[in-house]
Design a protein. Structure first.
Length: 318
């Protein structure tokens, strides 16, 4: 297996460094807010893997994911909009129109980092972001089947209430109809969001043995995103690039459940350093593009030329 230094020295991923450095600036602010307010947060998913295996970013990764126990998450969500510096923006269901479900995002106002479906959204800032997920209490999987089904149903309804598109599964058609129905009623999607949040927090005041991420699972199976609560009983601080990041005491068990043999990197040919953004610009705010769609077309055409005429996935604009 390659050691950390060999992995981090590879030159193929240099194109991601400017983005990663801007994300580190956001992380530093979140870290300081949590430290000053005695809030607990942890690195999540690929960010946790990067901290352990690389002492920083996975070299070909382009985002930062964090997670917080629900109590800390709720406090952070309430205070963030008042304590964040002027160049950052809290995107959350409570703070931003047309935003439902989780995670919340801390976005850099001076940049553009948006998906295709965000072009027409009315919320004001679509810069690059750090995601923060709530960690909720769960019982063992067999006892959580019905709650999981209801959460999936409401999350699917919220998605289709906001965005056009066919359900991925036939079983989701009724959820789509419900989402479209509520989207046409004033405050309808907000009520769906409140129902979803109530479901996620249903076990918060219990001694349920597991903690997990209940929504926006990002392609991970549900089973991989529920962990023994005792793995989060203590916080460790690990080097992360030129700073540090918080990780749970049970990071080894968490990463093993997520990735199995997590210290062995994937084959080099599968390491894709390309970003997943529809538009990425670290020099201009998103308003530069959303106020004039011709600039979006110019951006996409320029990118296609730089990549031998092959645009990034889903790069289309009407």
């Amino acid at each position: 297996m390659q050691n950390k230094q060999e992995l981090n020295d590879e030159k193929d991923y240099v194109s991601l460094r400017p983005l990663q450095e801007r994300l580190l600036s956001i992380l530093a602010v979140i870290h300081d807010i949590c430290r000053c307010n005695n809030l607990v947060y942890f690195a999540a998913a690929g960010t946790l893997l990067g901290a352990v295996r690389h002492n920083g970013f996975i070299p070909w990764d382009d985002d930062i994911d964090l997670m917080m126990p629900r109590k800390d998450f709720d406090i952070f969500s309430k205070i963030a909009k008042d304590v964040l510096p002027d160049w950052l923006y809290l995107q959350s269901p409570e703070n931003t129109c047309e935003t439902f479900s989780y995670p919340i995002r801390i976005r850099d106002k001076n940049t553009t980092g948006m998906f295709a479906f965000e072009v027409e959204k009315r919320y004001p800032n679509k810069g690059i972001w750090v995601s923060v997920f709530p960690l909720d209490r769960l019982d063992y999987p067999q006892q959580e089947k019905q709650r999981r089904k209801r959460i999936h149903f409401l999350e699917t309804a919220l998605w289709h209430g906001q965005y056009k598109g066919k359900p991925l599964r036939k079983a989701d058609y009724f959820a789509k109809l419900l989402g479209v129905f509520y989207s046409k009623r004033r405050g309808g999607l907000t009520r769906l969001q409140e129902k979803l949040e109530t479901l996620c927090k249903a076990k918060e005041m219990t001694d349920a043995p597991l903690l997990g991420i209940m929504t926006s699972t990002g392609g991970y199976s549900i089973e991989r995103l529920q962990w023994n609560a005792e793995w989060f009983n203590e916080t460790l601080h690990m080097p992360f690039e030129n700073g540090e990041i918080s990780v749970p005491i049970g990071y080894d068990s968490i990463l093993t459940k997520l990735y199995d043999d997590y210290m062995t990197p994937p084959p080099k040919e599968t390491r894709n350093p390309q970003t997943h953004f529809y538009i990425l610009d670290l020099e201009k705010p998103s308003s530069y593009y959303t106020e004039d769609h011709e600039r979006i077309r110019e951006y996409l055409a320029l990118h296609a030329k730089k990549t031998s005429g092959t645009p990034r996935r889903c790069r289309k604009i009407k």
